[in-house]
Each structure stands twice: as structure tokens, then as C-alpha cells.
Design a protein around this ligand. Structure first.
Ligand code: ADP
Ligand code: ASP
Ligand code: MG
Length: 407
């Protein structure tokens, strides 16, 4: 068999305890036995990252982002060392590295840094010496030697970027489900595994809340055409291939359904209805590194209007502070925050050529007495903001209505 270079990423749940770390080590060893070169990317054990965030918030509710990165990057440093030890125990040579050590250079936007370049010399040297290389996911370093992290789920990005840089033969993402499903299998047990999915659909699903892959990692995979195999770390079954094109039956309209409970809604009431006002609000938010998602402006009859938009929950405190400030300056009314929301979305390239998909979605919501608060669409998706408690019901109802239960 030809010697191949494999990049294998193991998520937090795959290394949540000693037994699982040993299980991952055995899998890596089995590929090594076949003679392949292996670069492993690993996430922090289990819920470590969440726990570290919680810990930080107990000390300071508005922690410095630089210090946050310093803290969060320790999670992955623990896993790489433990995994290397587990591999040694099996009699194989392995060496662990932090992001900084392997030259993953990023910009300075702490907690969501972008990779500028990857040196990778250390990786190549270690591979040449016959070692299994284990790289800490989710982290990099600025040119000034400050540690950065790549946004939640960022180990996926580390894996894809390394696969590109090293021109790996395969980029495998090992997780706790057997691949990409028609919807989150933890919510809808009837969800089906998808054999092939396009970058575009996966990117849309990831951006809309399917946490199984980090959206930015798919952007990079698409840009450099890196095929990704998402599969289970608990079985040998083939998972899902994410590629440029996917063979699908023509009549597939909706490929996947997503639920996102990580957004919050902000409403600015009684905004003066004149040019330039929306620009003022959103310029200030983006200037402070806050991305705004869905935006709805109500029809105005009295030269005043309400503007609602959603932001990531993690940004809510900062976003509210900024919005209140602008609201005062432009003479608008109250600023209301609502965290009791969820976004459900249907995704599918087939939507472009099938009329009536939106109507079917809205009818399904109505039939289940779910009120829609906001709507937004893209070429290949339709999303609705609804009350959080109706999220699961909406997913199940749409999954059935669009024929995904029996796919
Ligand atoms: P890891 O720790 O391996 O990075 P994540 O928790 O980030 O794993 O992602 C895997 C989880 O994503 C699954 O356990 C599943 O509940 C969730 N998920 C959400 N949507 C989907 C989907 N469409 N297909 C598969 N898994 C999904
Ligand atoms: N540990 C990081 C997180 O929980 C990165 C990752 O798991 O991909 O977001
Ligand atoms: Mg993940």
C-alpha cells in the first residue's frame, strides 16, 4: 500500500476520559502499523473549554480576551501531552506540540483569530524521524508571540488548515456521531446519516448552528478544495464526505435542518425613520468586532420604526452596551434584549429550483402553533426565529414534513 499522509482530528468527546484517550491512541496506532504518516489534531478533554470559560466568569464577568486565550489554550495542551503518553505506552513514537510550536501564525483578534500562515517545519521534521505528530487544536500565536484561539470548534479549522498546508491525502474529523446527519441526531433520533454533502450545504448548516463542524473550517476547506471525512471515533464505519460536489437525487429539496440556541435578539424601539440611522448602529457594532446576523426593520407609519437583530449570545453584554449608547445618541427609545429565542433553519441546494418551500415551512410551524418572530433567507436556506422552548418540536415537525424521516 502507498504510504499516505493522514490528518486525523479528535474532538473533545472522543478524548473525554482515560479510556477514550487510550481508544484514540489505539486507532492512531492501527493506522501507523499500516505505514502511514500521521498528524493528529486534538481538542480539549470533554467539556474542559466550557468549564474554563465558567471559571473565568466567576473571577471576572468581562475578562480580557488576551487572558481568555491564555486560559483556553491550556485545555488542548493537556490533551496533546496525554495522547502522546498513551501512544508511547503502545510502543510507538509520538511527539506533541502547541499551535505556537508548529508555527500556526494568526492575526491578533483574540478568541476568534484568523490563521495567516503555518510554518509546519517542526511537523515535517518529526514526520521524517518517523514520529506521530500531535498538534493542539484551536490555537495559534501572533507575530508578537501572544497566544490566540480560533473560535469555538476551532480544532476543526486547525485540522483542515494543516491538511491543506501539508497536502495531506486525507483529512478525517473523528467525533461522537457517525457523520453529518439530516439534523442533530441527539434531538431527532430518526435523523439519517448523509453519505455526501457539498461544502456549500455544510457551510450553511454549520453557520446556522449544526455544531458538528466549525463553519470557518468549511470555508477554508472549500477555498482550498480539501475533502473532509467526518466519522465516528467509536466505530470503523464510513462517515460523511464533504466535497465540492455531491451526488444527490434530484428530488432532494431539503438536505438538513438546524437548530441554534446560541443567539440573542436585540430590539431598538422608536428609531427615527431617516437615512443613515441603521448604518450608525451596525457600524458601531461591527467596529467593536460584533457580527450581527438576522436584521428586521418594522414598517413605520409615524416616522419611527423598530429595528431587531440577532447576535451571538457570547457577545450580548457587549452588544447591549454599545447599542444603548448609540440609541441614546440618535434619540431612539428603549433597547430590549431577548435570550429566549432559537433559530430553526432548513438547508438544501434543491431549494433553488423548487417553489413553495418557504410556504411549506411556515405552514408546518403554524400547524404546530409555533409563532415565527423573524425570518431570513439565503439562496439555499430559510431560517425562522421562534421561542426557545419550541425548538425541538419545530425540528421534528420539519424533519417529517420534508421527508427526511424516510430518506
Ligand atoms: P467534537 O467534540 O467531536 O468536536 P461536537 O460536539 O463539536 O463534537 O460536534 C458533534 C455534535 O454535533 C454531535 O454530538 C451532535 O449532537 C451535534 N450535531 C448537530 N447537528 C448535527 C448534524 N446535522 N449531524 C451530526 N451531528 C450534529
Ligand atoms: N476546545 C475548543 C472548543 O470547545 C475547540 C474544539 O473543540 O474544537 O471550542
Ligand atoms: Mg466540535
Amino acid at each position: 500500500m502507498r504510504k499516505r499522509l493522514l490528518v486525523q482530528k479528535f474532538g473533545g468527546s472522543s478524548v473525554a476520559n482515560v479510556e477514550r484517550i487510550q481508544n484514540v491512541a489505539k486507532r492512531i496506532a492501527s493506522y501507523r502499523r499500516k505505514g502511514h504518516d500521521i498528524v493528529v489534531v486534538v481538542s480539549a478533554l470533554g467539556d474542559t473549554t466550557d468549564e474554563l470559560i465558567e471559571l473565568a466568569n466567576k473571577i471576572n464577568t468581562d475578562p480580557s480576551e488576551r487572558e481568555m486565550d491564555m486560559l483556553l489554550s491550556t485545555g488542548e495542551q493537556i490533551s496533546v501531552a496525554l495522547l502522546a503518553m498513551a501512544i508511547h505506552k503502545l510502543g510507538f513514537e509520538a511527539i506533541s506540540f502547541t499551535g505556537a510550536q508548529v508555527g500556526i501564525i494568526t492575526d491578533t483578534s483574540h478568541t476568534k483569530a484568523r490563521i495567516i500562515k503555518i510554518g509546519a517545519e517542526k511537523i515535517k521534521e518529526a514526520l521524517k524521524k518517523g514520529k506521530i505528530v500531535i498538534v493542539a487544536g484551536f490555537q495559534g500565536v501572533t507575530v508578537d508571540q501572544d497566544i490566540t484561539t480560533l473560535g469555538r470548534g476551532g480544532s476543526d479549522l486547525t485540522a483542515v488548515a494543516l491538511a491543506k498546508e501539508l497536502q495531506a491525502d486525507e483529512c478525517e474529523i473523528y467525533t461522537d456521531v457517525k457523520g453529518i446527519y439530516t439534523t442533530d441526531p441527539r434531538i431527532e433520533p430518526k435523523a439519517k446519516k448523509i453519505e455526501h454533502i457539498t461544502y456549500d450545504e455544510m457551510l450553511e448548516m454549520a453557520s446556522l448552528g449544526a455544531q458538528v463542524m466549525q463553519a470557518r473550517s468549511i470555508e477554508v476547506a472549500k477555498k482550498f478544495n480539501v475533502p473532509i471525512h467526518v466519522r465516528s471515533s467509536f466505530s470503523n464505519e464510513r462517515g460523511t464526505m464533504i466535497t465540492k460536489e455531491a451526488k444527490v437525487m434530484e428530488d432532494v429539496v431539503v438536505s438538513g435542518i438546524t437548530l441554534n440556541k446560541n443567539e440573542a435578539k436585540i430590539t431598538v424601539c422608536n428609531v427615527p425613520d431617516k437615512p443613515g440611522i441603521a448604518a450608525k448602529i451596525f457600524k458601531e457594532l461591527s467596529g467593536n468586532g460584533i457580527s450581527v446576523d438576522m436584521i428586521v426593520q418594522n414598517v413605520s407609519h409615524i416616522r419611527q420604526t423598530d429595528i431587531s437583530f440577532t447576535v451571538n449570545k457570547a457577545d450580548i453584554a457587549k452588544a447591549i452596551k454599545i447599542t444603548k449608547n448609540v440609541a441614546r445618541r440618535i434619540g431612539s427609545g428603549e433597547v430590549i434584549q431577548d435570550e429566549d429565542i432559537a433559530r430553526v433553519a432548513i438547508v438544501g441546494v434543491g431549494m433553488k429550483s423548487h417553489p413553495g418551500v418557504a410556504a411549506t415551512m411556515f405552514e408546518t410551524m403554524a400547524k404546530n402553533k409555533i409563532n415565527i418572530e423573524m425570518i431570513s433567507t439565503s439562496d439555499i436556506s430559510i431560517s425562522c426565529i421562534i421561542k426557545k422552548k419550541s425548538g425541538e418540536l419545530a425540528i421534528k415537525a420539519l424533519h417529517e414534513k420534508f421527508g427526511l424521516n424516510k430518506k
